[in-house]
Design a protein around this ligand. Sequence first.
Ligand SMILES: Cc1cc2nc3c(=O)[nH]c(=O)nc-3n(C[C@H](O)[C@H](O)[C@H](O)COP(=O)(O)O)c2cc1C
Length: 219
Amino acid sequence: MAGDLRQVLRGIEVFAGELPLFDPNAAPATPDELFTEWLLHALEAGVREPHAMTLSTAGADGNPTARVLILKNVEAGGWQFASDSGGVKGRNLAERPYAALTFYWPELARQVRVRGPVTPESAEASRADFLARGVGARAESLLARQSQPLDDLASRDAAVAVSLARVEEDPGLAPEGWRLLTVRAESVEFWQGDKERRHTRLAYLRTGDGSWRRQLLWP
Ligand SMILES: Cc1cc2nc3c(=O)[nH]c(=O)nc-3n(C[C@H](O)[C@H](O)[C@H](O)COP(=O)(O)O)c2cc1C
């Protein structure tokens, strides 16, 4: 069985289909601009959920953990996400407020990696983010039990139903622990895959005066 799986994995084609070209010499001055360009391109190319990204964190013990989250916004070198502050990522970030984000858009053979310190946005901004979410998502998050052990699925369903009724009755409800957070990028790397393996990597590195230095990297 293990042998079969190895064969299956070896047989999967990577970088299939037509891939876009990326000229790093024509790249814009800031990573925000290039990221926006690439994200919109992914959306147009039909990539499903191109705003889903892997958020990697580590707690005080230094052990990494990662999960997928939705990107909320990008502005002024900051990549934003939102979550309950009570779960694993909340605890990790309280102990060590630094994170890495990874996007992968397979249809375009593109990867973007963002690293930097994480800062919470204001209570008002967090509340506004929460209230802009759909009713179902708000009902689920109002439970504020993310990552706690669950005894059975029926308990989940009953709690969500109660929460849904609360949201419908009071649409202004927002949990205290909901946080909008910003990764203030120190480095952002853009990776363009190539069928002939001449992959192109361009890193934007934040300098002491807050501007960006661009650096090509070996693939
Ligand atoms: C596509 C996708 C989008 C998700 N978006 C979010 C999100 O925006 N915020 C969030 O807290 N969890 C989101 N999740 C759930 C997280 O992956 C994770 O299970 C949860 O946040 C608990 O993580 P933690 O235990 O490390 O804190 C998403 C999962 C998937 C697959």
